[in-house]
Design a protein around this ligand. Structure first.
Ligand SMILES: [Cu+2]
Length: 628
């Protein structure tokens, strides 16, 4: 497979796609380009030897009529192939819309009055965070572009607004009509007067006993970059940025002898949602689909040397369509570097006293997206033992609500005077299109168990592993189980290692693997149905890319994995896709305030009988010390 066919669009391709769409007047006189990206070719067609033209796909909003169009452009013919109006759901939010909403709200007399009731008259000190309204039962979304809002007070420009929630006021805006539809006042609560800031000037004195630590690679980095293609020791893969999903890895392969063996065709975040767990009127509806509603890739940070990444760094820029269609570049969106990772393997021979130690080196490919009060770092780690790790880093400031003096809420933790940080979840849906030593793969769910005492286990010590074949999409137990050391293996039954075992890779969940706690009648339970399971296995389909469907923004009926898997399609000896819901249930601590220390979650992919022996025996002992 030619992996470059799957690469992100370049500046010229974005421009041509937008030109073709504009020429057809799709999106009217003021089209908003929510996302423009590669329409990745169908692998079935490529395997059949067909030529698949290079195509772009665009999510286009008609800003006047609030219609959304899903458009495919043939970049070889420079023409629109199809344009489909979306009726359930709406295009991802444009930042321009979210900039316009606070201006409209601040001019609304009902809002001005609600704030005056709370003693706030200086609108320049008011921070308004717009939110999607997909969970708001009362807000009519059909045929409209709507935003809810939450307000905060900043005493000075750098003040932490989340320390001063303007409780009980919620304005709803029709973004296309440019009007405030409603201002709800659910009742006045006290405003916390105390500043809670995380800046250095608010937290003096700083500690002074931090010794310098410098990481240098005097001979340069150990990896090679050729456009999006990266080669590092025995690994190679392609790195692209997607406006919705952020970092996407394609064609992940490992060199075994003379031959590159495939591991994963494509790996990325496919969707994520953050549902909040406070049932009050001004809070129950809050949730954020950071991929499908906001476009996490477009919200990538420009990373800074020595701050976000440390050491000898290479960066990749991300090029996307701006919201008016002009290409724009986020510089240093992806950081690539190497890290020391402690010990890789070690043995002390007790007979001879000889010690062998090998240091582990890992390659890190990362990006960070900012969505309002939160930031998510996505770190892919590649190791010398042919394992892969995804680590999500949760960063930022937790959502707050105001309470009366001494008021206790069962759905939040007090973190300051009159402020409670509300319970919530972060549910990440990773899509891992595996190709383990070829594309004909089969998935097993593996559970260790104690064999019942009997003729097979007379001494009571026997350990068994129950291997459940996932022959169809709905086989298996779907959720993690630490008691049985549950994992899932993706094996190629047509290829055996020297010891007669099918080659495979093992998916090992991390300790944070909650499923969604919201339930019916909450709309989020339907809209983010992917959150009901930790593991979904589907046969590859070119059009099944995002776990909650393509247009979760304002969708009420839900889409994606629950709908696709209703057919209970066969998944044996085929091109399988693993979908993992990684769930963090965040019960805030006072230590998460006023800015939370990083919280980490993730998963591993490990070779399992893929090689005949430890693949890291050829890692030499470290040069500068005698580790051997
Ligand atoms: Cu959180």
């Amino acid at each position: 497979m030619h992996d470059s066919l799957f690469d992100a669009l370049d500046t010229d391709e974005i421009r041509r796609a937008v030109t073709a769409i504009r020429a057809e007047m799709i999106g009217g006189a003021r089209p908003g380009f929510s996302a423009v990206f590669t329409d990745e070719p169908d692998k079935h067609l490529l395997r059949a030897g067909q030529h698949v033209p290079r195509r772009a796909r665009a999510m286009v909003l008609d800003r006047d009529s609030a219609q959304t169009f899903d458009v495919v452009v043939d970049l070889e013919a420079d023409e629109v192939v199809s344009s489909t109006e979306i009726t359930d759901g709406s295009a991802p939010v444009l930042l321009q819309e979210f900039e316009q909403a606070p201006e409209l709200i601040k001019q609304d007399p009902r809002y001005v009055e609600a704030l005056a009731k709370r003693g706030i008259t200086d609108m320049s000190k008011v921070q308004i965070d717009p939110w999607g309204v997909g969970n708001q039962e009362q807000v009519e979304v059909e045929g409209r572009r709507m935003a809810g809002s939450v307000s905060y007070y900043r005493d000075f420009p750098d003040d932490n607004g989340y320390a001063h929630p303007i409780e009980g006021v919620m304005a709803v805006v029709d973004l296309s009509a440019g009007e405030v539809v409603a201002v709800h006042d659910f009742g006045v609560r006290p405003m916390n007067p105390e500043p809670y800031n995380y800046t250095a000037d608010a937290n003096q004195p700083m500690r002074t006993d931090i010794a310098p630590l410098e990481i240098t690679q005097p001979e340069g980095v150990g990896f090679q970059l050729d456009g999006p293609q990266l080669t590092w020791q025995k690994w190679r893969f392609r790195i692209n940025m997607h406006p919705l999903e952020g970092l996407v890895l394609h064609g992940v392969e490992y060199l075994d002898g003379e031959e590159y063996r495939s591991v994963m065709h494509r790996g990325s975040l496919s969707e994520m949602v953050v549902p909040y767990g406070d049932p009050s009127s001004e809070h129950y509806w809050r949730s954020a689909f950071d991929v499908g509603e906001y476009g996490l890739g477009k919200l990538a940070n420009s990373l800074r040397l020595g701050c976000d990444c440390l050491g000898e760094i290479r960066y990749l820029d991300a090029t996307f369509a701006g919201e008016d269609g002009e290409p724009m570049t986020i510089e240093n969106a992806v950081c690539i570097h190497e890290e020391d990772d402690g010990i890789l393997w070690k043995h002390t021979d007790w007979v001879t006293g000889k010690v062998d130690v090998r240091r582990s080196r890992r390659l890190v490919v990362s990006f960070i997206g900012t969505v309002g009060n939160y930031h998510y770092g996505f770190f892919w780690y590649f190791y010398q033992d042919a394992s892969i790790q995804m680590e999500v880093k949760l960063l930022g400031i937790v959502q707050t609500r105001a309470v009366e003096d001494g008021e206790v809420t069962p759905h939040g933790t007090p973190v300051g005077k009159n402020i409670v940080a509300t319970y919530h979840q972060h549910l990440f849906a990773f899509r891992l299109d595996m190709e383990v030593d070829g594309w004909e793969n089969t998935v097993f769910q593996n559970d260790a168990y104690a064999v019942p005492v009997g003729p097979e286990n007379p001494h009571g010590n026997a350990i068994g592993v129950e291997k459940t074949l996932i022959a169809r999409e709905n086989d298996g137990d779907w959720v993690t189980n630490t008691q049985t050391s549950r994992n899932w293996t993706v094996v190629n039954r047509g290829k055996l290692n020297t010891w007669g075992v099918p080659v495979g890779y093992k998916f090992l969940p991390g300790w944070s693997s909650a499923t969604m706690l919201a339930q019916a009648p909450s709309l989020i339970a339907t809209r983010a149905g992917f959150g009901t399971r930790n593991m979904w296995v589907t046969p590859y389909r070119q059009d099944e890319m995002r776990a909650a469907g393509e247009y979760p923004n304002q969708s009420r009926s839900g889409d994606g994995l629950p709908r696709w898997t209703q057919a209970d399609r066969p998944t044996e000896d085929t091109d399988v896709v693993l979908w993992h819901t990684l769930g963090v249930t965040h019960v805030p601590r006072s230590e998460d305030w006023p800015v939370m220390p990083v919280e980490k979650a993730g998963f591993h992919l490990l070779p399992v009988n893929f090689f005949d022996k430890n693949p890291a025996l050829d890692v030499p002992a470290s040069a500068q010390t005698s580790c051997h």
